[in-house]
Design a protein around this ligand. Structure first.
Ligand code: UD1
Ligand code: CA
Length: 464
């Protein structure tokens, strides 16, 4: 599809009362602008132009981070003065020179728009019969939206902004402009300059294009959204929370139809780019952020947050925070495990209670059950790390590596001062500070001999 998408994201977002760009606010861990851009890419748009302005650098950084490797070009155009949505589109057309093909324009605060709708929309203007189509919806509360005024034949006459509505229009016109439009690119470019700012807000309104195109004898049409929720916009924090709840419910309902159990679907926040396999049980207060995948028959949560983390099948992930981690199959984590970037837990391994792991591989069946910090470590298979054992990987300046072989038993409260290598089938005695390499099969003991003073307590009491 040779359609271009123009996403409007330059506005001040005043009603958010925020120090950040409105479109940078997240829904289920993903900035709003990415929901919209992703929908245009999934719809097959060949080129995506995002109009930035207020907090432009912040929005550019989000886009650069997300779409650096995207096969679809996502470019930005700066609208230095925010004179309205019509002005934003004019700036985009002038900067890019786009003047033909279907052009889909979307508000950047329209996160629940579906890719299918965008695709269908672009197609409505592809044949040349229609000059423009606008997506409409009838939400329970139309306040704040532009209202669709129809003519006597039931065709769209014009769109009246909330602030330009008379009380009668406000009460009677319940069909709203969702802020997604398709235009014949040539006609859009030819007439965008005719939009004026003669209205309550003294802004150049993009919706006025419908009236303008009609005046030139072109056909325009509305496309009513069956599910009004697809067309809801975010102007305030209240709406941000409402749309988050809708997005959450939609995702959780889809996952349930795919065979995932939710103990309470209202208390699980699974991002749009996460997958969960069948027979996995999601306990309350679970968050999956970014690109996550969890396999089949896992127990997820309660109180768990995974970010860009992959888990295989049969994992038990209880009260765990994991970031950029990989868990293979049958891995057990928590309660209260913290798996930091670069953690790789191999099959059947365990990171137990109050255990923090960073940039380390925990070998097959190896267990770190209690109160440990393991960093910059390569651990073999079948290792048991006793309670309270720690890798001392940082000398205040540099990080150093610890290597532990297979089947080794790390006694409780062992300090492994890196760089250090502990071989296979070795044992470290409890409480040892291991500063030298331990060969395969050896016992390393590092402790002073215990003194026993018989009858001491009685003597001490007599003294006091
Ligand atoms: C707009 C529509 C309204 C529609 C509603 C749907 C106009 C005039 N009104 O109203 O009919 O019902 O969306 O949610 O278009 N923006 C710019 N540059 C600007 C102004 C805005 O890029 O100069 C961007 C904003 O960042 C935002 C989008 O355009 O993402 C819409 O602007 P907003 O102020 O939210 O418009 P609404 O009042 O919601
Ligand atoms: Ca809006």
């Amino acid at each position: 599809m040779n359609a271009t998408a123009i996403v409007l994201a330059a506005g001040e977002g005043t009603r958010m009362k925020s120090n950040h760009a409105k479109v940078s606010h997240q829904i289920l861990g993903k900035p709003m602008i990415r929901w919209v851009v992703d929908a245009t890419i999934a719809a097959g748009c060949e080129r995506v132009v995002v109009v930035v302005g207020s907090h432009a650098d912040e929005v550019r950084a989000i886009l650069a981070d997300a779409y650096a490797d995207s096969p679809v070009s996502v470019e930005t155009v700066e609208q230095t003065e925010r004179l309205g949505t019509g002005h934003a589109v004019r700036v985009a057309l002038e900067a890019t020179g786009i003047s033909d093909g279907p052009v889909v324009v979307l508000n950047g605060d329209l996160p629940l728009i579906q890719a299918d709708t965008v695709r269908l929309f672009a197609e409505t203007v592809a044949t040349g019969e229609l000059a423009a189509t606008v997506l409409t919806m009838t939400p329970p509360d139309p306040f704040g939206y532009g209202r669709i005024q129809l003519d006597a034949d039931g065709a769209v006459e014009r769109i009246i902004e909330q602030k330009d509505c008379t009380p009668e229009q406000d009460a009677e016109l319940l069909e709203c402009n969702a802020g997604c439009y398709a235009f014949d690119g040539a006609l859009l470019a030819a007439h965008i300059g005719e939009v004026t700012n003669d209205n309550a807000q003294a802004e150049y309104y993009l919706p006025d294009m419908l009236e303008i195109l009609k005046r030139h004898g072109h056909a325009v049409s509305i496309f009513h959204c069956e599910d009004y929720r697809d067309g809801l916009g975010v102007n305030s924090r209240v709406q941000l929370a409402e749309l988050t709840a809708i997005a959450r419910d939609r995702i959780n309902e889809r996952l349930m139809t795919e065979g995932v159990t939710f103990i309470d679907p209202a208390q699980a926040w699974i991002g749009p780019d996460a997958t969960i396999g069948r027979d996995t049980v999601v306990w309350p207060q679970t968050h999956l952020i970014g690109t996550c995948s969890v396999g089949e028959s896992c127990q997820l949560g309660p109180n768990t947050r995974l970010t860009n983390t992959r888990a295989g099948n049969g994992c038990v992930i209880d009260e765990t925070i994991a970031v950029d981690a990989v868990l293979e199959n049958d891995v057990e984590c928590g309660p209260r495990a913290y798996l930091r970037p670069g953690t790789h837990m191999l099959d059947g391994s365990k990171a137990g209670t109050h255990v923090e792991i960073k940039k380390s591989t925990i070998g097959e069946g190896s267990k770190v059950p209690h109160l440990s910090y393991i960093g910059d470590t390569t651990m073999g298979a079948g290792v048991n790390v006793g309670a309270g054992s720690i890798t001392c990987n940082y000398d205040g300046k540099n990080k150093h590596a610890t290597v532990i072989g297979d089947r080794t038993f790390i006694g409780s409260d062992t300090m492994m001062v890196a760089p250090v290598r502990i071989g296979s089938d070795a044992i470290t005695g409890a409480g040892g500070t291991i500063t030298k390499d331990v060969p395969d099969g050896a016992l390393a003991l590092e402790r002073t001999d215990q003194r026993v003073l018989e009858g001491y307590t009685e003597r001490r009491r007599a003294r006091l």
